[in-house]
Design a binder for this molecule. Structure first.
Ligand code: 0O2
Length: 212
């Protein structure tokens, strides 16, 4: 494939990411209005760069004509939430949706990665309507708490800096930080009711002020 074909290859993934971002942001807004609390704090998304797709294909020995099925995270969505309990609520909502089909789950919360990484991944099949007709693409939905996201973002940039070979000392400190993030999630869960009540009061007050 030449350069032009690569950008065409990514088109349905770009469309999927744009659509899924809007859908999950809308879900957040709707739940805030209906229930005064949304398990979704914020949503981001990205399409994997072609160079990363090719690197991953090489690492996993995926043949070039099998990229669409073999690389499951070309389209990636991240859903951040405040509490660990929110993750299962979001997962249940996703499982019930009619506009995407759950293929499988990678639960790195129950099974933390060796690095210390925690997150709940759902691989879904999502149909996009293109100029050439419907095309189903795979997308990876990563659902994580703010603490998990903080840790993963920092570890990801350090890994990038050290090209995947972190010095042992740093690796150890990251593991300790992962444990601290885990404890933070636990602590926040234990005072969850207090926090959500405070946020509700705070938001009600902001609405009153903005109406004056
Ligand atoms: P980017 O920049 O986020 O796109 P593998 O890639 O071999 O670890 P697998 O089975 O291919 O695992 O996919 P998996 O486990 O679903 O992981 C894919 C994505 O999860 C990664 O994408 C990261 O976003 C995230 N992830 C997985 N493990 C770690 C980790 O140890 N640390 C951090 N920070 N993130 C992780 P990419 O392709 O790495 O990069």
């Amino acid at each position: 494939m030449d350069g032009r074909d690569w950008s065409k290859f990514l088109l349905p993934y770009e469309q999927a990411v744009e659509e899924l971002k809007i859908k999950f942001k809308n879900l957040r807004g709707e739940m805030k209005k209906r229930e005064e609390y949304s398990p979704i704090e914020f949503v981001t998304g990205r399409v994997k760069r072609i160079s990363s797709v090719l690197d991953k294909a090489q690492r996993l020995s995926v043949p070039m004509d099998q990229l669409e099925n073999g690389i499951e995270d070309i389209a990636g969505i991240r859903i951040m939430c405040q509490f660990v309990e929110d993750i299962e609520k979001i997962a249940a909502l996703i499982t019930k949706r009619q506009d995407m089909e759950l293929i499988y789950v990678k639960d790195y919360i129950a099974n933390q990665k060796e690095s210390g990484y925690r997150s709940y991944h759902m691989i879904v099949k999502y149909p996009v309507q293109t100029a050439l007709g419907q095309k189903e693409v795979l997308a990876e939905l990563q659902i994580r708490t703010l603490a998990m996201n903080f840790w993963a973002t920092i570890e990801h940039s350090l890994n990038y800096k050290y090209k995947g070979s972190l010095p042992d000392e740093l690796r150890g400190r990251l593991k300790k930080a992962a444990e601290a993030a885990f404890q933070l999630d636990k602590e926040m869960s234990s005072i969850r009711d207090e926090i959500t009540e405070a946020q509700r009061l705070f938001e009600d007050k902001s609405v009153l002020v903005s109406k004056v």
